[in-house]
Design a protein around this ligand. Structure first.
Ligand SMILES: Nc1nc2c(c(=O)[nH]1)N[C@H]1C(S)=C(S)[C@@H](COP(=O)(O)O)O[C@H]1N2
Ligand SMILES: [Mo]
Length: 200
């Protein structure tokens, strides 16, 4: 059992579980406002400079899980495609193109915003967004699209799956109660913004 599963980390699939997916043939298309649109294969991702961050995935449903996320920085991928100055938002699309969400470019370029495929040195399985997902600790979890297949570089904002259903466009983490998944889902509190640690 994976570390995420053993901690009973919640598994969210608004669009339905994707089933078994093939890592070796996985591709991520990068399109939109850039000079060098490109399709990254799984093998392409593996030769980019690796990145690792200890970071928290924190859900608006009030739980937070901490661990070592590995993959590449999203900024590394964005460097490869040569952004146009008009690009203001980065839109993520999940497998089957039902789930999408967008974040501002400045947050996309922050070091802990990752295209991730490992948690605590284990490859992510489909439950937790494998083969490859977005992980950004700066915003609520709904901005961290799972089973990433497409990155669309946008000059303007488009609300995504949850944003169209009432979740905030900013995804800014709000202070309040929050379950600590790593400590048996103990009820604690978080402040606003990126959750680095609990308040108590
Ligand atoms: N494709 C897809 N990505 C998604 C979701 C989803 O339903 N579908 N849920 C989001 C939400 S609301 C959260 S909190 C996190 C949860 O990640 P987990 O299911 O790996 O714990 O995934 C996000 N990414
Ligand atoms: Mo969430």
């Amino acid at each position: 059992m994976s570390k995420l599963a053993s901690m009973n980390t919640p598994i969210f699939w608004a669009e339905g579980h994707p089933g078994k997916l093939d890592r070796e043939s996985w591709t991520i298309e990068v399109t939109g406002s850039c000079n060098k649109p490109r399709i990254f294969s799984w093998q392409d991702l593996l030769v980019l400079p690796p990145a690792q961050e200890i970071a928290r995935l924190t859900s608006d449903t009030r739980w937070s899980v901490k661990g070592l996320w590995s993959g590449v920085r999203l900024s590394t991928i964005l460097d490869e495609v040569d952004l146009l100055p008009s690009c203001k938002f980065v839109r993520f699309w999940s497998h089957r193109l039902i789930y999408d969400t967008s974040i501002p470019l400045d947050i996309a370029l922050k070091p802990k915003t990752m295209v991730a495929w490992e948690f605590d040195n284990e490859l992510l399985d489909e439950n937790y967004g494998g083969p490859v997902r977005i992980m950004t600790p700066y915003l609520w979890g709904y901005k961290s699209a799972k089973c990433l297949v497409k990155i669309e570089l946008m000059d303007y904002y488009q609300p995504g799956f949850w944003e169209l259903r009432g979740y905030t466009d900013s995804g800014e983490i709000e202070a309040g109660p929050c379950l600590d998944v790593n400590e048996g889902h103990k009820l604690k509190r978080i402040g606003g913004g990126e959750v680095v640690e609990f308040l108590d």
